[in-house]
Design a protein around this ligand. Sequence first.
Ligand SMILES: [Zn+2]
Length: 427
Amino acid sequence: MAIKKNKINEATDWEEIFEYQSVKLKKLIKRVYRNSPFYREKFQQAGISPSEISTVKDLAKVPFTTKSELRNGYPLSLMAVPEEKVVRIHSSSGTTGKPIIVPYTKNDVKIWAQLMARCMEMVGVTPRDRVQVTPGYGLWTAGIGFQAGVETLGAMAIPTGPGNTEKQLEMMMDLKTTVLIGTSSYGLLLAEEINRRGIKDQIDLRLGIFGSERWSDKMRAKIEKDLEIDTFDIYGLTEIYGPGIAIDCPYHTGIHFWSDHLIFEIIDPVTGEQLEPGEQGELVITTLTKEGMPLVRYRTHDITRLWLEQCPCGSQYPMIDRVLGRTDDMIKVKGVNIYPGQIDHVLKMTPGACSEYQIILTRVNAKDSILIKVEAVEGNDLKKVADDCKKNIKNKIGIVADVEALSQGSLPRSEKKSKRVFDNRDC
Ligand SMILES: [Zn+2]
């Protein structure tokens, strides 16, 4: 099936993109006011009439939608269509409290598959590719979303789902998988396992598409080197389709997002003010075409910025930066705000340090201390790597941290997302 090209492809700057989005935005605001009791009440409480919102800038007047509101709406009170229009639900993992249930219409399912197919087309997946889909299926959005994208594009899906590394490698070798999809943690685990077993000459991978967690440049470089593949960072969240709403292209200059279906705003996470393109802040998303559960100004808590430059790939879809961290991942130590992304950055610039680390926070006699455990590349002096990391953390982040260097492979590897921050402070 051909991928529909949209008018937005001809846009050349933000003003044109905003103009195009504003037409759809007006319709969206009218639609949610009419069909969603949740939004009608929200707008009424804020004293906003739908006719006041006609441009992306006007969105600044509209209150944000938060994750806790979606949780409070459990299971289906944010549904904005009659139930007979809903063909499927997905759910967030619900690790803290009730999960969020997201209803999808037939059209939502179709658009999501098209967006996912666009992601794959952008990174060079073709109908000749064989794509191993290792994320989970079921309530979780990832597996089925990738699968639908692969099928829409016309490639061959190998739906292994998560875990069972033995089986994954068997399928990868026997079916000559060319594209691997999963979390970056699992990509790293498979890369290391392939090297440990010495089976690289039986692996035909050429691309990896990884998402669902932030991964450092160093980890990325290791996966690329070990597997001899190019890798791509795919972005998304369960509340808004799932993965597939943005991806980086073969130039890796930023993450292109589908501005004909989604408005991306960057706000100051503290004051809530809209920031200009180029400024770093929290990503807030408005869904322009979603029917089952449209969202207006949904706070993602992901820290990034809108990227103004034209990408050398020629795509007119605008970009965001790779996600630096989450507002709720921010760690406050000794009065300094730190994002784990900054530790990634320090490790990248420290020779002999691997990508894997843990941050352990403790408090003794009302004094915070921070210990960073980092793996050193084989053959390096552990003490030297630890000292160099410590120096770079002091210079780049401005705090004194204890650093312990460990031999390569000693920190745990995960098939899902790696837990890196352990805050053992009592209060
Ligand atoms: Zn590009």
